[in-house]
Design a binder for this molecule. Structure first.
Ligand SMILES: Cc1ncc(COP(=O)(O)O)c(C=O)c1O
Length: 407
């Protein structure tokens, strides 16, 4: 090319969760069956949405309207439903105009960072879900700035580290939290959330709260959404149906803007996201269309509660088994369907993961390269519906982690 056509931040786009699939396919071709523990897709793992939910989708697909474009921000009735439900939970009150639909949260995250001022940075957790850390890094053409989640304190964020980074980097304009968290299964306690909001207020920042798993928090987790604690700080929450329904193939998620009226610069940023979406016309219509019917069905929350109970149970089992391995730190998940085990002292986690894949077919993700982390370890999921298979996978992880040859 007579001029370089590669974006300077292109090298920051890494997604080990899927990159490892190529290697796993090679191992599979050589005759070892793969236990897919890398991707958080409940449907691919055999957790199909219930019949009643699929019936709602099927009858919606028979209506001509679901084949049409929707309004740029999303269907009015759906946004009204979401705003009403949000407002009933207390905390900040929103209207349908504060909601913007995307083709999944992956799409929304790309837009959130892609439309930020090139010099504005957003600090995120370490370990982090790579779609946030990579897009932020690519937008800034610089490594993602992180605050530590502390595995020695149950994955609590290190707020001293966070404040030190806010002081060291005056270009930080926002803080991202993932609650419940991927990859740790951590749920931010309300007092920690309030402390983060207080820091945002003190330093005049906005908050991004990725709440894709918020309806999959476990009963004793004390889960609270950002909306309940945000007060007058500008922020946005990300929600979606990929994990809840679960319907990841629908590519449907949305942003809720909070306190646009409290900060003109934040308001302009929100408006720029809406204008950018207008250039794409709109997001997928059919999944938006069914959201109010599915979520208001009397069976919906009991159905989620059943799934949550199973994740909680598996999390306890995995913790009981893996917490006895010397040199491994692990905590029970409090929400979502992931757990991360940390090597303490550090080990070569990429080698551990690839050796594990070659020798056993169990495909997990290394923390260091997979989740932009200073830590080494691995993430696995709590999605395996077959109890015997799940227990066998945990036994395999336990045996592999107990072997010290990777140090
Ligand atoms: C924390 C988090 N945010 C966003 C996403 C993306 O979800 P979507 O399917 O809506 O793109 C995921 C998917 O795993 C996730 O774990």
């Amino acid at each position: 090319m007579r001029t370089d056509i590669v974006h300077p931040g292109a090298g920051e786009l890494k997604y080990e969760i899927r990159a490892i699939v190529a290697r796993a396919k090679e191992v599979e071709a050589r005759g070892t069956p793969i236990t897919w523990e890398n991707i958080g897709d409940p449907v691919a793992k055999g957790e199909h949405p219930p019949e009643w939910l699929r019936d709602i989708v099927a009858s919606a697909a028979r209506e001509g309207a679901t084949f049409a474009y929707s309004p740029t921000q999303g269907l009015d009735a759906t946004r009204e439903y979401i705003a009403r439900e949000r407002n009933l939970e207390g905390g900040i009150q929103i209207t349908k105009n504060d909601i913007l639909f995307y083709n999944g949260l992956g799409d929304s995250i790309a837009h959130l960072y892609g439309n930020l001022h090139p010099k504005a940075r957003v600090i995120g957790p370490d370990p982090s879900y790579p779609t946030h850390s990579s897009h932020e890094a690519a937008h800034a053409n610089a490594p993602h700035i992180t605050y530590a989640l502390d595995p020695t304190r149950g994955w609590e964020p290190d707020l001293v580290d966070l404040e030190a980074k806010l002081n060291a980097h005056p270009d930080i304009a926002g803080i991202v939290i993932i609650n419940p968290d991927n990859p740790t299964g951590f749920v931010y306690p309300p007092e920690t959330l309030r402390a983060i909001v207080a820091l945002a207020k003190k330093y005049n920042l906005f908050i991004i709260s990725d709440e894709i798993y918020s309806n999959l928090a476990y009963p004793d987790s004390r889960m609270q959404k950002l909306a309940s604690v945000i007060g007058d700080v500008p922020g946005l929450a990300l929600r979606g149906i990929s994990k809840e329904f679960p319907w990841p193939g629908a590519r449907c998620g949305w942003v809720e803007f909070y306190n646009r009226d409290k900060d003109e610069n934040f308001n302009r940023y929100a408006q720029s996201l809406i204008e950018a979406k207008m250039l794409e016309v709109c997001s997928t219509t059919l999944p938006q269309y069914v959201i109010p019917t599915v979520m208001s069905a009397p069976r919906y929350y009991p159905y989620l509660a059943e799934r949550i109970a199973r994740y909680d149970e598996r999390s306890r089992y995995a913790h009981q088994e893996l917490s006895t391995v010397p040199g491994l730190i692990i905590h029970k998940a409090r929400g979502a369907f992931y757990m991360s085990a940390v090597f303490m002292p550090a080990r070569d986690d990429k080698k551990f993961v690839y050796d594990l894949l070659e020798s056993t077919g169990v495909c997990v993700v290394p923390l260091s390269s997979g989740f932009n982390s200073r830590l080494t370890g691995f993430r696995f999921t709590l999605l395996e519906p077959n109890q015997a298979t799940f227990e066998k996978t945990i036994a395999t992880l336990k045996a592999a982690a107990s072997v010290r040859e990777h140090i």
